[in-house]
Design a protein around this ligand. Structure first.
Ligand SMILES: Cc1cc2nc3c(=O)[nH]c(=O)nc-3n(C[C@H](O)[C@H](O)[C@H](O)COP(=O)(O)OP(=O)(O)OC[C@H]3O[C@@H](n4cnc5c(N)ncnc54)[C@H](O)[C@@H]3O)c2cc1C
Ligand code: SF4
Ligand code: SF4
Length: 379
């Protein structure tokens, strides 16, 4: 597949009009022409640049994922199904106050807080809960303020728009919490394909990636939830392992379980074409745990993949300082995660092939990719 850099016109044709846009925010705040509107990105003005950062960084323009992985990670750590693995752990925050405000074990909050305390970063970008469950990227510089931003927002948060805004100012050491599509966009920025933005990405010092099965469309989700309860009464939500087939809504009146049959039509369309479950382009990836005691215990813990030396040093520091608790990884957990990750890749490839009706045309995915290519011809 030919890798190319093009401009806004092609970005809109190949990504926005094709409904592949993930809402990541990577094309916002590079220029004045793109803006976030709800969980979408809108074009305010046409631009005739032949090569733009918007196209170059977008996670849904053609990318040689294998070459990118080999350049950014130690090739001997690469595992075909889930990307680079230096270590695989089950952890949670040792601080009950962090755990109480976190989605699962509070590992993401703990690591980000530590990175700020140690000066590894001086600025973090996280997802804030905006009005009516619409997340927004937020800059945090006070380590104590990170724990107020815990919990997953299942609508895309355009954290990369905030990254672009901060990186343009310069002089920062930035840590990001991101979904897999956002981690890929940051990895594409690290390639420095365009001189104009080349120095900005050097300010990126840490990427904490979240596992992500899918995100929900803000409009559809809020329409669905309004039928159940007033949005102001919602305190959080979660998706337990697939056998439960549920979205759990935590509200001021107790828990409401919604079948995924009802939720599926609210999944963001672009997520059905996404091949990354575990945020393969992060320093550390964090997701929910799987434990023999079942979901009630497992949801208090995280599964963690350490991918880079930078991630390894941070996790080791958290262990040394007693900030994270570790428990033994149950036998078979890594294999199960690999199977789940491969399952998401298969779905993405199958859905792309259904659209193109040609195994050699996977739009932004490379049919020659050593992991995805064989899936395309086998399906
Ligand atoms: C859309 C989405 C889908 C997910 N799907 C899965 C899944 O299928 N399987 C799985 O194991 N885990 C999934 N997760 C990850 C999981 O929900 C937890 O985020 C993860 O286990 C970390 O838990 P924690 O307790 O360490 O997080 P916390 O300590 O609570 O920290 C979470 C951090 O993530 C940030 N954040 C919240 N929402 C977003 C967002 N939308 N975009 C970027 N940053 C955000 C918060 O600001 C906070 O800094 C998903 C998360 C999201 C946002
Ligand atoms: S960079 Fe992100 S927000 Fe912009 S078009 Fe691509 S996927 Fe959508
Ligand atoms: S499923 Fe993929 S495209 Fe959708 S939010 Fe998650 S990482 Fe982004």
């Amino acid at each position: 597949m030919q890798m190319k850099i093009m401009g806004q016109k092609e970005l809109h044709k190949e990504v926005r009009d094709a409904k592949f846009c993930t809402g990541c925010g990577a094309c916002v705040n590079l220029c004045p022409y793109h803006a976030c509107y709800h969980d979408e990105v809108v074009m305010l003005h046409a631009c005739d640049l032949k090569e733009g950062g918007c196209y170059a960084f977008c996670p849904r323009t053609p990318t040689d994922l294998e070459a990118l992985k080999k350049r950014l990670f130690d090739p001997k750590d690469l595992v075909p199904e889930i990307g680079a693995v230096k270590g695989f752990y089950i952890t949670r925050s040792a601080d009950p106050a962090i755990r109480a405000g976190a989605q699962h074990g509070g590992t993401a909050t703990t690591l980000l807080t530590l990175a700020l305390q140690e000066g590894i970063i001086d600025t973090a970008v996280v997802a804030d809960e905006g009005a009516a469950l619409l997340p927004e990227g937020a800059m945090v510089q006070d380590p104590k303020a990170i724990k107020r931003r815990g919990k997953s927002k299942f609508v895309v948060s355009p954290n990369l728009a905030e990254f672009n805004r901060l990186a343009k100012e310069g002089g920062k050491k930035i840590g990001m919490v991101v979904t897999p599509c956002q981690a890929l966009a940051l990895a594409k920025m690290r390639e420095k394909p365009l001189k104009t933005y080349a120095d900005r990405i050097d300010q990126l010092k840490l990427v904490i990636g979240l596992f992500c099965g899918w995100a929900l469309s803000w409009r559809n989700l809020t329409a669905l939830l309004r039928k159940k309860i007033a949005l102001e009464e919602i305190e959080g939500m979660d998706i337990p392992p697939s056998k439960y087939h549920l979205l759990q809504l935590y509200t001021k009146r107790g828990e409401i379980d919604i079948s995924l049959d009802e939720v599926n039509s609210s999944v963001r369309g672009a997520c059905w074409y996404c091949p990354d479950l575990t945020a393969e382009f992060s320093d550390i990836s964090v997701g929910s745990a799987r434990l023999p005691e079942g979901w009630e215990v497992a949801k208090e813990w995280n599964q963690v993949i350490v991918r880079t030396s930078r991630g390894e040093q941070l996790l080791n520091l958290a262990r040394k300082k007693g900030l994270l608790e570790f428990r033994e990884v149950p036998e078979g957990n890594l294999e199960k995660l690999k199977t789940a990750s491969l399952g998401k890749k298969k779905t993405a490839v199958k859905n792309l092939k259904l659209r193109s009706r040609d195994p050699k045309n996977l739009f932004y995915l490379d049919p020659e990719d050593p992991v995805l290519g064989p899936l395309a011809s086998g399906l």
